[in-house]
Structures are given as C-alpha cells and as structure tokens.
Design a protein around this ligand. Sequence first.
Ligand code: ACO
Length: 429
Amino acid sequence: MSETAKIILEGKEYELPVITGSEGEKAIDISNLRGLSGYITMDEGYKNTGSTLSAVTFLDGELGILRHRGYSIEDLADNCTFLEVAYLLLKGELPTESELADFEHKITEHTLVNEGLEGMFKAFPTGSHPMGQLSSMISALSLFYPKSLNPHRDEDAISRTIIRLIAKMPTICAMIYKKRNGHPIVFPNNYLDYVTNYLNMTFGQVTDPNYTPDPVIVNAMNKLLILHADHEQNCSASTVRMVGSSQSNLYSSISAGINALWGPLHGGANQEVLEMLEHIKNDGGDVTKWINKAKDKNDPFRLMGFGHRVYKNFDPRAKIIKKACDEVLEKLGVNDPVLEIAKKLEEVALSDPYFVDRKLFPNVDFYSGIIYRALGFPTDFFTILFALGRLPGWISQWQEMRLEKQPIARPRQIYTGQAPREFVPMEKR
Ligand code: ACO
C-alpha cells in the first residue's frame, strides 16, 4: 500500500495521501482535508507549501543543487547558449543542431516591435523606473495581438506568442535603455546571436554599425541569462502561474511576473545591493558598522544580496557567477571602490556567527549587480536583465500550468477580524 499520513483532529483520525517526487521529495496531499474535517492548513508566505507538481526545475536548497529538466546548472552554464537553455526549459529536451537552428530562426523573424509601441515612451515620465516600463510594454503587447489572447484557442497561436515574447523582450529592454539616454533606437540585427544582438541594441549606436562587444562580455551575459533562466516556484514564477490560472493571456501573466520580480526582496535585490554598497562607501566605508546594523533586531536594515528562502548552504548560481565576475573584472581592468566594499562585506559576513548560524550567504543578486555595473548598465536597469533571463522560465511554468489544466489558484485564509456587529448610522459614529 502506498504511504499515507495520519492527522488527528478533535479525536478523529484522517488518512491523507503522500506524494513522492522523482528526487524523493515528500508531500502530504491536504487538498481534501477541508472537505473531510473543516480544517485548512496555515503557512504564511508558503514556506512549506507545494503549489504544484512540476517537471521543469529541481532544486535542493540544503545541498545547493539546481537542475533544469535534469541537467545541472553548472553543465548548462558551461556548455550552452541562453537560447539552448530556453529551448530545454520550454520543450523538456536539449535541442539537436537543426532544432536549435530552427528555433533561432523563428526568433529572428519576430525581433521587431510594432512602431505603435514606441509611442508609449511619450507617456512615461522622465526617469521612470525601467521595470515599470517593461511590465507596461509587455502588457501592451497583448493589445497588438488580440488573436493570441485566449490561452486555449489554438496551439499555433500560443507557440507564436511564446516565440514573439522571447524575440521581442531584448528589443524592448534595449529600447527602454536607449530612450532613457535620449538616444535613437538601434534596430535588431538578425545576423547576430541573441546575446550579441541585445548588447548591440543596447550599447551600439546607429552611427557605429561596426560595434562589436568583447567576447568576455558576451560570454558573461550569456552565463548571467542562463543562471537566471528558471528557479521553480519563486515569487514571480508563482505569480505568473497564479495570474495564468485565471486563463488570463500570456502577455499579462508575464507582465505580472515582471512586477513581482521588481520587489527588493526578489529580483529588485540586485539594484538594492549596488545602492547599499554605494551608500556604505559614501558613509566612509566602515563595513563593520553596517554588519552590526544588519544584526540589530531594532534596525530595519538588511544586508541586501544575503540570504535566500530556499538555499541554506550556498546558492549554486552565486558560485558560478562569482567566477564569471572575477573574469570580467580582470579582463575589463575594473578598479572600483564599490567592489572593494563588496569584497570586505562578503568576507566579514561569511565569518560572522550571526550570518553563519542563520545560513545567510551571498545570493546570485550580490554578484550579478557587480558584473552589470562593470558592464556599464545603470543600477536601476539591473532587474531588467534578471527579467530578460527569467522569461523562458516564466513561460515554461505558465505552459506547464496550462497544459496540466490546473485549477484557478485561490488560497484560503483564517479570518481574524470583527465578529458580526450592528451597522452604526453616520450620526451615531
Ligand atoms: N540581513 C540580515 N539578516 C537577515 C537577512 C539579511 N539579508 N536575511 C535574513 N536575515 C535574518 C532574519 O532577520 C531572520 O533572523 P531571526 O531568525 O533572528 O529572526 C533570519 O535571518 C531568517 O530570515 P527570514 O526573513 O525569515 O528568511 P526568509 O526566507 O523569509 O527571507 C530573504 C529570505 C527574503 C531572501 C531574506 O534573506 C532577505 O531579505 N535577503 C535580502 C534581500 C535579497 O537579497 N533578496 C534576493 C533573494 S534571491 C532572489 O530573489 C533571486
């Protein structure tokens, strides 16, 4: 007989099924508990709640393992292009040479955006945050493709929407960058690979058709995008699935994911890391003072880029990115006082019992911000790069939710408000 769990409530015993994942992870299936007993389970922030079965990504936070479709993040980051990993996430298998060529070709056919989308920049106030612009523009794409709105209409339309999103995202991200600088937009060049094309649209100029990014930078960007490609049921992926579960269209689900990612406790941390490092530098560079502030329970300050909800020993992505970070800084000959602060902070925090006891280690955002800065991206643009990398993961999670016909996501609550009371007319309040 398969394993079950027993729960005793008010003297009555309930037997609940146990689900075992392909890596041996266990879950008690409580979906019928309320129907049987009237009880729900409570878990604020879903710290111990599985929201879905998923075959996309496996991670073990204790052992620092991250795998996409069974392949380790280390192997993928060392051997693949970002589009290869995107294909793997979306289709479940690594592409053959011809499958990859076909996928890349399809993407190049959709890299341009409708000219009407450019008009949106007139409405955005000067200096408005790139993430707000990105989520608005991705949401606006749904208005340009009304035939793709119904997620159950036809599979060809869905496939086209997926390709469109992956193709247009770098173009839109680069447009946001150019517009903030008041520079003319550089159009996509379909003879360049995905990452070089994105760098060309961002750092190239219409006056310089020969701009060629340094291969070290292309390689680092490729790795950064791969490392961000998916991370199972994190806040933004869960948001994408949740919005999608109402059968809202893919553009609006991705736009919601971008908004969830923007927060400083999630993807927005990479911006916060650099702002924190600059703040510490401008304050005189006393790292110990800021470590003590982070440890003080009465001080709201947190060391941004440290800690993770699921990784409790190390973040495998941080390990890979730290190496790429060192390579990029050496190659570019960067000599930045902010980086010195980062190194000191890392050193002190890693040996401080407060951080060691709580298993607080530098996460991917700690190092990615440092590389993005060295590559010349403005601080408030860092989370855009995270979104660009995370897009195939969000789409894969959405696709899985749709194909598995998952029900609309709708958690329960325990009400703690007022008991029923008599209405008080205005004159008696
Ligand atoms: N600085 C100082 N103390 C911290 C930090 C930090 N960065 N992170 C956690 N702690 C402490 C908490 O105060 C708590 O201490 P206590 O047990 O004495 O009360 C303990 O460590 C556990 O922290 P929680 O907040 O309960 O852990 P949770 O899993 O809810 O939060 C999170 C994880 C949000 C990532 C948190 O570590 C944090 O705020 N880090 C800084 C922001 C950041 O870098 N976010 C990026 C995450 S990675 C990503 O999204 C790609």
